[in-house]
Write a protein of this length. Structure first.
Length: 82
């Protein structure tokens, strides 16, 4: 039974422990304490989706979406509907 150095885990102590709160689904780490984002995800914990490039008044639930906020339309949510 191995005892790993701080920041490492796994059978051979070769797997780094990512920063606390780092999304296991959308982030990863190559060294202890990191949180590197996978394509389409952002934020310090890799848990915020990346909006479609140029999306102005919109949000996303999944990467590269542009869901317009109320009162806005168009592909980039840049058309004022009011």
């Amino acid at each position: 039974n191995r005892i790993c150095l701080p920041g490492w885990k796994g059978e051979y102590c070769a797997k780094p422990i990512c920063s606390s709160g780092c999304s296991e689904e959308h982030g990863y780490c190559e060294a202890p304490g990191e949180c590197k984002r996978r394509l389409g995800w952002d934020g310090p914990l890799c848990d915020k989706c990346t909006k479609y490039p140029g999306c102005l008044h919109g949000t996303c639930n999944q990467p590269f979406q542009c869901i317009c906020k109320e009162g806005w339309g168009g592909l980039l949510c840049n058309e004022d509907l009011n």
